[in-house]
Write a protein that binds this ligand. Structure first.
Ligand code: PLP
Length: 400
């Protein structure tokens, strides 16, 4: 009898974590490696949030809490939704978990039955399809083409919906493309969803605050209040406040769903870290200056990277509206041979040759369901980004 479950056999480990690990190994061997594969801000958590965590320890907030979040934090989350998104939620419609990742996982595990379909626009965050598979559902991938700003169209959504569709997952701004769905785009999708009342909407808003130029963030339940009773609006403090390690995410939606998610959490991890919950409370209720400061830095880096990549022969890099990723096309490089003799048969071969020959670690597009592309996370210093772009340029110039 096999040790491992059939469920686990259906999923693969996160490819972004695997590539970050490979880059770390090469660096440990003494190679000069630039890793642009990890998806987290490179800033420290703001001081007032760190202080709140220390105060929480000293105040004795070191015990189990309510399973899906302390009441003060749930209240602060309701205030955040009202203030920033014009959404009215009660604390009983809010759940707090160990990162946004657990919120998504809880929602899918609590609702999917075998054969239930989940529509996932590609390119997608690597975890969505595997979480759906773990929960026993079937991912239905639809492609957001580069020519369409990596967004799906209402027609594509309409065509993908079947009687078995349980959820559609929307993520704006997107990991891996940085593409944002503005109000008009969401309106078009919402009109389709209003015609299919059996479909639930999972809106992953984790990059809400990282938006550039004149892009205005909106979330589906705000654009179409008629969808609110079947929407889970998910968010968290990881990306907005440089708190990836603290592991606090949250979701808001109908009470029946929220109760089911809390039941699942009560039999798995129980409450998210008590100290992190007090830190998240300080993040949501305290000064919000960090958000604007980090947004300005990321916008500058985005411009640097987009210009640097578009100067590389064969790379076509659209300008993203948000997050801290770019997702350029390398269609013009497929079939070429690198200076060290590697044939660039696909985007995985490109990423592998780039790492081996220049020391720059990026994630290949196939991991996100749309090829031939690669993803760069520009959450690192201007100097490192300039060095990386120069190395990528030399690599592309060396292709024959
Ligand atoms: C699109 C997207 N959703 C959710 C998450 C989960 O974030 P966390 O679990 O740190 O809150 C991430 C993290 O990389 C992400 O990129």
């Amino acid at each position: 009898m096999s040790l491992l479950s059939q469920t686990l056999a259906r999923v693969k480990p996160s490819p972004t974590i695997a590539i970050t690990g490979r880059a770390r190994e090469l660096a440990a061997e003494g190679r000069d490696i630039i890793s642009l594969s990890a998806g987290e801000p490179d800033f420290d958590t703001p001081a007032h949030i760190r202080e709140a965590a220390k105060a929480a320890i000293d105040a004795g907030h070191t015990r189990y809490t309510a399973v899906d979040g302390i009441p003060e934090l749930k209240r602060a989350i309701c205030d955040k939704f009202a203030r920033e998104n014009g959404l009215d939620y009660k604390p009983s419609q809010v759940t707090v978990g160990t990162g946004g990742k657990q919120i998504l996982y809880n929602a899918l595990m609590a609702t999917l039955n075998p054969g239930d379909e989940v529509i996932i626009p590609a390119p997608y965050w690597v975890s969505y399809p595997d979480m759906v598979l773990l929960a026993g559902g079937t991912p239905v991938v639809i492609e957001g083409a580069m020519q369409n700003g990596y967004r799906i169209t209402p027609e594509q959504l309409e065509a993908a919906i079947t009687p078995r569709t349980k959820w559609v997952i929307l993520n704006s701004p997107s990991n891996p493309t940085g593409a944002g769905y503005g109000e008009d785009h969401l309106r078009g999708l919402a009109d389709v969803l209003m015609r299919h009342p059996h479909v639930w909407i999972l809106s992953d808003d984790i990059y809400e605050h990282l938006v550039f130029d004149d892009f205005r963030f909106v979330t589906p339940a705000q654009v179409e209040p008629g969808l609110k009773s079947r929407t889970l609006t998910m968010n968290g403090v990881s990306k907005a406040y440089a708190m990836t390690g603290w592991r606090i995410g949250y979701g808001a939606g109908p009470e029946e769903l929220i109760r089911a998610m809390a039941k699942l959490q009560s039999q798995s991890t129980s409450n998210p870290c008590s100290i992190s919950q007090y830190a998240a409370l300080a993040a949501l209720e305290g000064p919000q200056d960090y958000i604007n400061e980090s947004r300005a830095v990321f916008q500058r880096r985005r411009d640097l990277v987009v210009a640097g990549l578009n100067a590389c022969p064969g790379i076509d890099c659209p300008v993203p509206q948000g997050a801290f990723y770019v997702y350029p096309s390398i269609a013009a490089l497929i079939g070429k041979t690198s200076a060290a003799g590697t044939v660039i048969v696909d985007d995985e071969a490109f990423a592998t040759a780039l790492l081996d020959e220049t020391g720059v670690a990026v994630v290949f597009g196939a991991a996100f369901g749309l090829s031939p592309h690669f993803r760069i996370s520009y959450a690192t210093s201007d100097e490192v980004l300039a060095d990386a772009c120069a190395r990528i340029k030399r690599f592309c110039e060396g292709l024959r």
